[in-house]
Design a protein around this ligand. Sequence first.
Ligand SMILES: NC(=O)c1ccc[n+]([C@@H]2O[C@H](COP(=O)([O-])OP(=O)(O)OC[C@H]3O[C@@H](n4cnc5c(N)ncnc54)[C@H](O)[C@@H]3O)[C@@H](O)[C@H]2O)c1
Length: 316
Amino acid sequence: MPEGYDKVKTQAKSAEEHHATTRARLHQIQSQLDNAVRAGKLKGKVCIITGVGSLKGIGRAAALTFAHEGAKHLYLLDYDPTNLPELKTTIEKKYPDVKVTTMKADAADETTVSGVCQQALCEEGRLDVFFANAGIATREHLADTTADTFMNTMRINALSCFLAVKHASAAMLKANPSRGKNFSSGSIIMTASTAGIRSGAGTVDYSASKAAVNSIAQTSAYQLQKTDIRINTICPGLIETGMTSVTFEYARKRGSEGKIGQLNALGRFGIAQEIANAALFLASDDSSYVNGQNIAVDGDYLLLIPLFPVDGLECF
Ligand SMILES: NC(=O)c1ccc[n+]([C@@H]2O[C@H](COP(=O)([O-])OP(=O)(O)OC[C@H]3O[C@@H](n4cnc5c(N)ncnc54)[C@H](O)[C@@H]3O)[C@@H](O)[C@H]2O)c1
């Protein structure tokens, strides 16, 4: 190995020191919303988010972040209704200026997706942001993956995004000066994955579905040219959420939490708030010239893997 790589390794902190720093850093990021001033980055914006029902999930973190930044009305969907009433109450208590509508709904059902876009237009006269985030992960090896499993993963992960782009863009094309929207505009954000960019980060069906999501963003951004509707994906690395909880619980039981998520330059896993922050950037006018991109939010997982290859799946 070249000398430079040896130097990188010897300069690194000890595993224990790095683990302690990581825990402190994640705690700080986790409590960001408690301390940050409300900057109003989404003031006046009408937003739809799918997959908000999981307590540790990316969708819930995004809903709270969008509310913190003053979104006008949040339409929040999940097919599991268990945690929706609590999420609505939490947002309404903390951010009384934000309207919240929660729905038990399948993000891959066309009537549902077109219906919620229409509802936003009817009630608020505009749609500004659609964060298509709902998704599932699978664990089977190629040999055990059935055609039904493959199609189900494609339906929930990729079809849901296609429907979001199709129906949200139609709604975002509608200007409404009486509601402060003088021209067509909007931001569609989809949660893809590092697995949609490279191999070794997910199952075959999951990775294919996320590659499709990345492609949908690129092609539809081209087709919606000159509309000021932007379409981008976020490609998270390993994030601690409901989806990955089994991996985390297993590692904690074995006392090897410090080893999770080391295959990236930051040497740690991420938390939902870090993906919500990326979604906020894409939803707000701060990203007004960012379009058709697949943005990795993964601690530089994509870069590090080829230098230090390790067997086995590391993330979703
Ligand atoms: N956690 C990770 O490491 C990771 C990495 C890369 C990408 N992602 C992606 O992030 C997104 C969010 O996942 P998460 O990690 O927060 O997982 P999560 O399981 O905590 O949350 C996903 C939520 O989506 C909901 N959902 C699933 N299918 C749905 C459907 N058809 N209609 C409506 N809701 C549905 C679930 O009920 C759940 O509340 C997913 O698209 C996932 O593929 C996650």
